[in-house]
Design a protein around this ligand. Sequence first.
Ligand SMILES: [Zn+2]
Length: 175
Amino acid sequence: MIPVGEKEIRGSFVNCSKGEARRINLPRNLLETPWADLDFLGWLDPGAPDRGYLVVERRGELVGVTLRLSREVRRSYAKSTVCSICVTPHAGTGISLFVAPRVGAAGRQGNTVGTYMCADLACSLYVRDVKKTELGVRFETLGNEERIMRVVVNLESFLDKVFHGDLSPGADPAA
Ligand SMILES: [Zn+2]
């Protein structure tokens, strides 16, 4: 993805208030971000481990989404699970259920969308074999290009759900 700075990142959030967006803890190593290897910027809040964020270009605009780790799920640590975005298999602890408030009034009323994702939100690096999971080598015949396309498509479909129900696109959802 194209490198983005702090101001653009803070201005991109669609499912929280402007005040919240100002207070979000950005990645500590933003300047060292490997932008060329990223389909989206995803990070866990360095100050609040139950929060995560992802920032991605959607239809020509930068879109930031706040995520919370769901506490409702009892994971089985014995079996491996698969990320809904990049389809990378992990041991139980390598996957988290994240929930995102929906954009607009629905989100303010507590309506959320959930997705199982790589717990470190590093899908882009797994599909490029830049990062290995705790399970080691992947056994899949798909090439990296196909895996990257899959991330883009799955992420788009997740974002569609986050935006679904927003009756006023273009209006400031956090006003
Ligand atoms: Zn993933």
